[in-house]
Ligand binder design. Structure first.
Ligand SMILES: Nc1ncnc2c1ncn2[C@@H]1O[C@H](COP(=O)(O)OP(=O)(O)O)[C@@H](O)[C@H]1O
Ligand SMILES: [Mg+2]
Length: 214
């Protein structure tokens, strides 16, 4: 089981929306997924509570138990654990980063969000974690989006598609659903972001292959 943590020290960046949509995309790809919502605001858990299907699953965990719980989940035949974190530097956010195999940092393409991104990157780098970005709530090919893409790609890998500002995403969060079901453009975006994230999470690095000893 791989652990994908969604983090950004800024609130409203689109973390919970990304977590929910990528979770459903993973289940559409046939994976068994479990969600852990470390944010006391419980946006992801509220979304999940509106759902009927059991996959993605969800488990309530307190910060001090997160590491042990994730270890115990390894025996449950799960493919992916998605951890949503609060937009701050609290214990809940820090442990969420500590347990991750990959950190996804959703970012709005605005000056205040880009100025603040350094604090999130430091938090992730302090823990020596692999990370990547996705631009959210942007307008495709708008100047602000292109500028954000150029800034972010200097710091790390950036998802090839923006998660655009679409009412379908906000509606889906209110209904326990995914925007991809009703919105073809959202479907294309989420598929591209999922494909990028899942490649980073699951693709075996050929450099890690064991060399034959003669
Ligand atoms: N791509 C998007 N398009 C439109 N609205 C969005 C999008 N992503 C997030 N939102 C809205 O922005 C607000 C903050 O999103 P959320 O995912 O809860 O951010 P965070 O978890 O980082 O605080 C919510 O009202 C959500 O519905
Ligand atoms: Mg949130």
């Amino acid at each position: 089981m791989k652990v994908l943590t969604v983090a950004n020290r800024k609130g409203g960046a689109g973390k919970s929306t990304c977590a929910a949509h990528l979770a459903l995309e993973a289940t559409r790809a046939g994976m068994r997924v479990i969600l852990i919502d470390m944010d006391p605001q419980k946006t992801l858990e509220n979304w999940w509570n509106k759902r009927e299907e059991e996959n993605p699953f969800l488990i309530d965990v307190v910060a001090s138990d997160l590491r042990t719980t994730i270890h115990d989940l390894e025996t449950n035949n799960l493919d992916l654990c998605i951890v949503d974190t609060p937009g701050d530097a609290s214990m809940n956010a820090v442990v969420g980063i500590e347990v991750a195999d990959l950190i996804l940092i959703p970012t709005k393409p605005t000056a205040p969000d880009l100025t603040a991104i350094g604090r999130t990157i430091s938090m992730v780098e302090d823990n020596n974690k692999k990370f990547c970005f996705v631009i959210t709530q942007g307008i495709n090919r708008a100047k602000s989006t292109l500028q954000a893409a150029s800034v972010l790609s200097q710091f790390g890998p950036l998802a090839p598609s923006v998660i655009s500002n679409r009412i379908s995403y906000a509606n889906a969060m209110g209904q326990g659903d995914s925007a991809v079901l009703l919105d073809k453009s959202a479907e294309v975006e989420i598929q591209e972001v999922w494909s990028f994230v899942s490649n980073m999470l699951f693709k075996k690095n050929s450099n890690n292959k064991k060399k034959m000893v003669i």
